[in-house]
Design a protein around this ligand. Sequence first.
Ligand SMILES: Cc1cc2nc3c(=O)[nH]c(=O)nc-3n(C[C@H](O)[C@H](O)[C@H](O)COP(=O)(O)O)c2cc1C
Length: 148
Amino acid sequence: MPKVLVIYYSRTGNTERMANAVAEGIRKVEGVEVEVKYHVDIAELANYDAIIVGTPTYHHNTVSEMKNLFENAVVKDVNLKGKIGAAFGSYGWSGEGPKLLLEIMENKFEMNVIKPPLLVKYAPDRAALEKCREFGKIIAEKLLQKDE
Ligand SMILES: Cc1cc2nc3c(=O)[nH]c(=O)nc-3n(C[C@H](O)[C@H](O)[C@H](O)COP(=O)(O)O)c2cc1C
């Protein structure tokens, strides 16, 4: 069964709420497994067919936890080529974080990325959480199509 990883970082809980809603959306699709993690060992990344990263934007950037994850993956030569990649996150006014990670996933790791990233301003409200679920569902469906 194809496996999806939702890996996120969140300081005040907004991106975390998004991550849980994205996972709920994935769970709606039968035949796809999902794990939500705050921390992952680099070697584990290769076990997933799709990797969805959640990052807030701080100081016009993603956070060091997420940058380190991908930098370590480069150092350890982890092969993510062709896997589905997507990004999301809460932001306040500029929202560079998810865009930066998606660029790394596309250009460095040659992942099959889903654009654009899903951005939610500050705390996700009911409508924003529904968008997160829909985002997760679309990714899971894309993964199943890829498997056919
Ligand atoms: C010190 C600080 C710096 C921030 N810098 C940015 C920024 O450069 N661009 C932006 O869009 N939002 C910025 N924000 C807003 C956060 O992205 C926003 O509060 C977001 O909801 C935090 O998500 P989290 O709860 O998942 O940590 C900043 C917030 C703080 C407290």
